[in-house]
Design a protein around this ligand. Structure first.
Ligand SMILES: NC(=O)c1ccc[n+]([C@@H]2O[C@H](COP(=O)([O-])OP(=O)(O)OC[C@H]3O[C@@H](n4cnc5c(N)ncnc54)[C@H](OP(=O)(O)O)[C@@H]3O)[C@@H](O)[C@H]2O)c1
Length: 345
């Protein structure tokens, strides 16, 4: 079996989950890990059995044994870390949001294209079998055309200026941290919107703790999307079609189940009552098998692309990462939220 050698830079929360996920990917090998802290790097390597650990990210990208680097650093560093990898000929899988804004992402993707190197945003949800199954059902036409789409990601946090989520310098805010999921998933199912509007509420630290977005797509399809640090939202995706509703249950980033409610007219009162009771119980569950912790699917997708000599993933194409950032830029700038040294002229 062909082996793909992975490197990881940054050893925080998500890096641990990704390293765990890699264990479930046939042909994946964790070659090296880099942390600014030698102790953290050594502990990480011991836990996930990597061959090498480095005290600097520059040392990892210089390792000839590394094929592809997973970037798990704060949002504001993604651009420079992606460029660092590309400059050393390493393929890239970079955490979401891909960069702080569309301009940064365009720079990274241009470099990847110029060097003919694979580069992908780690929007793992798009690679999950349950999400792919939902798309296949919609594309089959069985539910008729999509009319309305809703999606949300909100979870209560405590306002804390020390936390990167609330810090403008780190590219914090609910839109970039959470809104990126409903947005990217909406584009996955519906394509690119014709019109965009949205609002943010800014909290004491200057970033948004809530965002609301409305998108209009060809054919009059409307999507309403929410993100929040202030409240627990229902964190589902609901796709309302002519003949039924498809629901990806919470949590939106790793949907638990795929459910279907159909609108087929009941023939008599008894059937209507039975259908109503069934719908209250959550409709019909469509079984979808899942393996690993979910992060394995994005790693497997990157490896499939490498084997096929692709420089972008058909599941998370560059144009979608760019469009998601373009929409977030539009909404942020309209609401006066600018990130460090962001030039929006
Ligand atoms: N896909 C998902 O499900 C998911 C979930 C959560 C977060 N994320 C994304 O993953 C990225 C990392 O999030 P996280 O929750 O893992 O954050 P985290 O726990 O704070 O880890 C970030 C890591 O980045 C490294 N780093 C480099 N420069 C840093 C700096 N100046 N300040 C702080 N850390 C620095 C650190 O690793 P070393 O000390 O080892 O160098 C740190 O542990 C973010 O972009 C976030 O949006 C994705």
């Amino acid at each position: 079996m062909h082996i793909t050698n992975w490197g990881i830079i940054g050893t925080g929360t998500i890096a641990h989950k990704f390293a765990q996920g890699l264990k479930a990917v046939p042909g994946a090998r964790l070659q090296a890990v880099a942390s600014r802290s030698p102790d953290k790097a050594a502990a990480f390597v011991a836990k996930y059995t990597a061959a090498k650990h480095y005290d600097t990210y520059a040392a990892l990208v210089a390792d000839a044994g590394v094929d592809i680097v997973y970037i798990a650093t704060p949002n504001n560093l993604h651009k420079n870390h992606a460029l660092l990898c590309l400059d050393h000929g390493k393929h890239v899988l970079c955490e979401k949001p891909f960069t702080l804004n569309e301009k940064e992402a365009a720079e990274v993707f241009e470099q990847a294209r110029n060097k003919n190197i694979f580069c992908m945003e780690a929007l793992w949800t798009r690679c999950l079998p349950v999400v792919e199954k939902a798309k296949a059902i919609l594309e089959s036409g069985a539910l008729g055309v999509v009319k309305t789409f809703t999606a949300s990601f909100g979870k209560i946090n405590t306002v804390n200026p020390e936390n990167a989520l609330y810090n403008r310098q780190f590219g914090g805010g609910s839109l970039l941290d959470r809104g990126v999921y409903p947005l990217s998933i909406a584009l996955y199912f519906l394509g690119h919107p014709l019109e965009v509007s949205g609002n943010l509420s800014l909290c004491a630290t200057g970033v948004d703790d809530q965002a609301a977005i409305v998108l209009k797509f060809p054919g009059g399809v409307l999507a309403t999307l929410h993100s929040s640090f202030s409240v627990d939202l229902d964190n589902t995706v609901k796709i309302y079609c002519e003949k039924g509703v498809l629901i990806l249950t919470a949590p939106i980033y790793r949907p638990g189940k795929l459910k279907l409610h159909t609108y087929a007219p009941a023939e008599n009162l008894k059937q209507k009552i039975i259908k109503k009771i069934k719908d209250k119980c959550g409709g019909k569950t469509i079984p979808v098998a899942m393996q690993g912790n979910g992060y394995n699917y994005e790693a497997a997708e990157a490896m499939t692309c490498l084997r096929q000599g692709l420089i972008e993933s058909p599941k998370i194409p560059h144009k979608d990462s760019l469009k998601v950032l373009n929409i977030m830029d539009t909404i942020r700038w309209h609401n006066g939220l600018f990130y460090a040294d962001e030039n929006c002229s």
